[in-house]
Design a protein around this ligand. Structure first.
Ligand code: E4P
Length: 219
């Protein structure tokens, strides 16, 4: 199971990359907008920090030809850029063409098994089912991840399932158990998942007992 960070905040990315467990980053127009700086500069910085690991950057154009041109430009920002394209019917041909040309694609806004399989058939590298947004409409986002896992295994697709729209530590746990290849985790959840009160309490207790020995050097 790989962990991506779902943020465009360079400081936060630097902090968590230093833990050694970050395998990539996903951004989207909303996350880049929050940074209030020119997006290309931010993306270049993130790509450099991630040194070779995938960084998803979403297209913002709508017209099919413009999406194709923009995708090519985004892909040329850095060698580790993955182009995120919504899995909308209008972009199927563009996705297929780009995938054939070797552009790595993350098909985003996946809300059904059928959409996921269609994207696999077009040759994308990743599909992103949005767990939280499905939960928001009172359905079960995790079920989609489980179903996609079964479907991709059944038909032997190599596309990776990137569990997105993660809103809790429980979502992370469930994604791991559902067989997602990757979970993209917002920084606030990432912070929480790295801590456990019993680990901290346990360390304190061991430390307190050890101090009772009153020795300077060990071993
Ligand atoms: C994934 O690639 C998206 O950037 C992200 O997970 C969307 O999450 P949200 O539904 O919390 O906006």
């Amino acid at each position: 199971m790989k962990f991506f960070l779902d943020t465009a905040d360079v400081i936060v990315i630097e902090k968590f990359v230093s833990t050694g467990i970050v395998d990539g980053v996903t951004t989207n127009p909303s996350l880049l907008c929050k940074q209030g700086k020119p997006p290309v500069i931010i993306i270049k910085k993130i790509c450099a920090i991630l040194s070779g690991k995938p960084v998803s950057v979403q297209v913002t154009e709508h017209d099919v030809d413009a999406v194709y041109k923009q995708a090519k430009k985004i892909a040329s920002i850095a060698e580790n850029v993955v182009v995120k394209i919504p899995c909308d019917i209008r972009y199927y041909n563009v996705i297929k063409k780009l995938a054939k040309e070797g552009v790595k694609i993350n098909a985003t806004l996946v809300f059904s098994v059928a959409q996921g399989i269609c994207m696999c058939k077009l040759g994308v590298a990743y599909i992103s089912p949005f767990i939280g947004r499905i939960d928001d409409i009172a359905e079960c986002g995790m079920e989609l991840v489980e179903d996609l896992r079964r479907a991709l295994d059944l038909y032997k697709f190599k596309t990776e399932i990137l569990a997105a729209s993660i809103r809790s530590v429980d979502h992370v746990k469930e994604s791991i158990l559902a067989g997602a290849d990757i979970g993209t985790v917002p920084p606030s959840i990432f912070e929480k998942m790295l801590h456990h009160p019993l680990t901290e309490e346990g360390m304190k207790r061991f430390n307190k007992d050890w101090k009772k020995l009153n020795i300077d050097m060990f071993p």
